[in-house]
Design a protein around this ligand. Structure first.
Ligand code: 4UU
Length: 540
C-alpha cells in the first residue's frame, strides 16, 4: 500500500545539456562506424558524417531565418535523412513536430496549424498532400522534399552549406525548451501537442541506457522499422541507439520479406516490435527461411503482448531475450521495462530507473502508484487500478491546453489511463484501458476525432466509436450510429464517408445502427457499456 520506487539504482541525469549535444557527444569516438543505413538501398552515413550534416543543416536553416523555438514539421516515413533534419532543427533550438505520413492533407493541415509549424518536409509520394496542407496554413513558408518533387524545395539544398551560420551563442534551457512536439490524444478528446523538453528526452535516454542491453553487445544494430514520427521510434530507436554508438537499419514500411532480409543481412542485434509484427514472427511460414542468429533481443511495446504470443515467438526464433516495455508519448516514452536477463512473458516490466539530481529541485524518482479508479486510494500488490507515473520523463504539458494538462498531471502524477497491477517483485501487468483511446497495431486512433467527423454528417443523429478486440490489430474501430429520422444511410455510406477523411489505419471497420448511445447523466458516452456488449458478443 505505498508508492513504488524503481528497483534500479538512481542515476544522474544531466539537466544542462541539449538533446543534440547529448546524443552526439561520443560521435567523434564512433567516427567512421556506420550510424544509419537505409535498409532497401544500403545508403548509409557514418557517425562523423551525421554529426557534420546535423551542423550543416542547422546552419542552412538559420540562414533561412528559422530561429530558436520555431516549429518544423516532419511528415515522412523512416529514412536516414529523417535523422539529419530532425537533429538539425533540434540542434538550433527549434521544435520538431512529427506527423504520421499516412495522414490526409486535412489531417496534416490541422497539425500544422495547431503546432504553428513554419516548414514541413516530406517525400515525393506525399508532396501533393503536403502542398495542399500548406495552402491552408498561412504560417507555413515552404515544403521541403527528400529527393525532388514539383513545387517543393529539395532537402539537398539544406546540405549545401559550410556550417558557418550555425548559431554560436545558442542558449537552450533543457528544462523549459520543447525539443519535440508529437501528437497524442492522451486520456480523452482530440490529439494534442505533447511538449517534451530536451531534459525529458535526455532523461529517458539515460534511463534506457541504464538498462544496458544494447551496449552489452559487441556491434549493436537496431532495426528502425517502427515509425520515427511516433515517440517509440523517435526516442528509443533513433536517438537512443545513436547515443550509445549502435547503428540503425532503417525501413520505411513493413514489407515482410525485406524486414526479414534486413535483419539477417545487416546482422541486426536488437529488433523493436509491436504485437502484430510479433504475431507475424510467430506464425508466418516465410520466417523459417531467414537467419536470426545475430538477434540478441526482441523488444515489444506500444500495445499489449500476452504471454502466449511472447512464448510462441521465443520458442520459434530461439532468440536469447524477448522483453516488453511500456510507455506513452507523454512520458518520452518509456516508464517500464522487463529487467535484463529476466523472462516475464505478459508483464510490461518494472519502473525504469532515475535519479534526484539536485535536492532543491523537485525531481522525483520514477515512482509508480496504483490508484483505485474512483477514490484515488493507493492499491496494493495484485489489485487492479489506474497506473500513475512520476519521473523526469513526464512531459511539460499539452501545447496550449492547460486544462487537458491539469486533467492528466495531478500533483505531479501523470495519470496513464491504463489499468493494471503489480506483483511482489514490482513487475507490472497492464490489463485494460480506462481511457477512450483505440490502438490499431500500436497506432493511436482517437474515438473523439471519428465521432466529431461522424456528427458532421447530416445523416447522423448521434455516434460513438469504440475499439473491438482483434487478434491481429489489437483493436479495430467500430462506430455505433443513431441515424437521423428520415435517413436511409447504410453501413457502407458511413464507412466511405470516414475513409475519405482519415488516414487508412483510422478507418471504421464496423458500423452498427442503434436507437440510442448510452450516456451518463452528464452526457458522456458510456464506452464501457458498448465495449462490454462487444466482448459478450465475441464470447458467443
Ligand atoms: C499494453 O505506444 C506508445 C509508446 C510505447 C512504447 C515505447 C517505448 C512502449 C515501450 C517502449 O520501450 O505511446 P502512445 O502514446 O502511442 O500510446 C500509449 C498507450 C499507453 O497508455 C497504453 O494504453 O499505449 C498503450 N501501451 C501498452 N499497452 C503502450 N505500451 C503498452 C504495453 N502493453 N506494453
Amino acid at each position: 500500500m505505498s508508492i513504488i520506487k524503481s528497483p534500479h539504482p538512481e542515476i544522474t541525469i544531466p539537466d544542462d545539456v541539449s538533446v543534440v549535444d547529448h546524443v552526439t557527444r561520443d560521435f567523434d569516438t564512433y567516427g567512421d562506424r556506420v550510424a544509419l543505413i537505409d535498409g532497401p538501398t544500403g545508403r548509409s552515413y557514418t557517425f562523423s558524417q551525421l554529426k557534420k550534416l546535423i551542423r550543416v543543416c542547422g546552419s542552412a536553416l538559420t540562414r533561412l531565418g528559422f530561429k530558436q523555438h520555431d516549429v518544423f514539421a516532419i511528415y515522412s516515413p523512416n529514412l536516414p535523412e529523417f535523422a539529419i533534419i530532425f537533429f538539425g532543427v533540434i540542434g538550433i533550438g527549434g521544435t520538431v513536430t512529427t506527423v504520421n505520413p499516412l495522414y490526409t492533407a486535412d489531417e496534416l493541415a490541422h497539425q500544422l496549424e495547431m503546432s504553428g509549424a513554419s516548414y514541413v518536409i516530406t517525400i515525393g509520394m506525399f508532396a501533393d498532400k503536403a502542398k495542399q496542407a500548406m495552402d491552408k496554413c498561412e504560417k507555413v513558408k515552404d515544403v521541403y522534399v527528400f529527393g525532388e518533387a514539383e513545387g517543393c524545395t529539395p532537402f539537398s539544398s539544406l546540405l549545401r552549406d559550410d556550417g558557418s551560420a550555425f548559431p554560436a551563442d545558442l542558449q537552450i534551457n533543457p528544462r523549459e525548451d520543447v525539443a519535440v512536439l508529437p501528437y497524442s490524444s492522451g486520456t480523452t478528446g482530440l490529439p494534442k501537442g505533447v511538449m517534451l523538453t530536451h531534459y525529458n528526452l535526455v532523461a529517458n535516454m539515460e534511463q534506457m541506457r541504464q538498462d544496458g542491453s544494447v551496449e552489452a553487445v559487441a556491434n549493436p544494430s537496431l532495426l528502425g522499422l517502427l515509425p520515427f514520427f511516433h515517440i517509440y521510434g523517435m526516442s528509443v530507436i533513433l536517438a537512443g541507439s545513436l547515443l550509445v554508438g549502435a547503428n540503425v537499419v532503417i525501413l520505411p514500411k513493413f514489407d515482410q520479406e525485406l524486414f526479414l532480409k534486413c535483419i539477417q543481412d545487416y546482422k541486426v542485434t536488437h529488433v523493436h516490435l509491436v504485437p502484430p509484427i510479433a504475431l507475424f514472427l510467430a506464425k508466418h511460414p516465410m520466417v523459417d527461411k531467414y537467419d536470426f542468429s545475430n538477434v540478441q533481443e526482441l523488444f515489444c511495446g506500444a500495445a499489449p503482448m500476452g504471454k502466449e504470443l511472447s512464448d510462441a515467438v521465443r520458442s520459434r526464433l530461439k532468440v536469447p531475450s524477448i522483453r516488453q516495455g511500456f510507455g506513452m508519448t507523454e512520458t518520452s516514452p518509456v516508464t517500464h521495462v522487463v529487467k535484463v536477463g529476466e523472462s516475464k512473458p505478459g508483464s510490461v516490466g518494472v519502473p525504469i530507473g532515475n535519479t534526484e539530481m539536485k535536492a532543491i529541485i523537485v525531481l522525483f524518482p520514477t515512482d509508480v502508484k496504483v490508484v483505485e479508479i474512483e477514490s484515488g486510494k493507493l492499491l496494493g500488490e495484485g489489485e487492479d487500478g489506474e497506473l500513475c507515473v512520476r519521473g523526469p520523463q513526464v512531459m511539460k504539458g499539452y501545447l496550449n491546453n492547460p486544462e487537458a494538462t491539469a486533467n492528466t498531471i495531478k500533483d505531479g502524477w501523470l495519470h496513464t489511463g491504463d489499468i493494471g497491477h503489480y506483483d511482489s517483485e514490482y513487475n507490472f501487468y497492464v490489463v485494460d484501458r480506462l481511457k477512450e483511446l483505440i490502438k490499431y497495431k500500436g497506432y493511436q486512433v482517437p474515438p473523439a476525432e471519428l465521432e466529431a467527423l461522424l456528427l458532421s454528417d447530416p445523416r447522423v443523429q448521434d455516434a460513438a466509436v469504440i475499439g473491438v478486440p482483434d487478434l491481429e490489430a489489437g483493436e479495430l474501430p467500430k462506430a455505433y450510429i443513431v441515424k437521423k429520422a428520415d435517413s436511409d444511410v447504410t453501413e457502407k455510406d458511413i464507412k466511405d464517408f470516414i475513409a475519405e477523411k482519415v488516414a487508412p489505419y483510422k478507418k471504421l471497420r464496423f458500423v452498427e445502427f442503434t436507437d440510442q448511445i448510452p450516456k451518463s447523466a452528464s452526457g458522456k458516452i458510456l464506452r464501457r457499456v458498448l465495449k462490454q456488449k462487444e466482448v459478450e458478443r465475441q464470447k458467443k
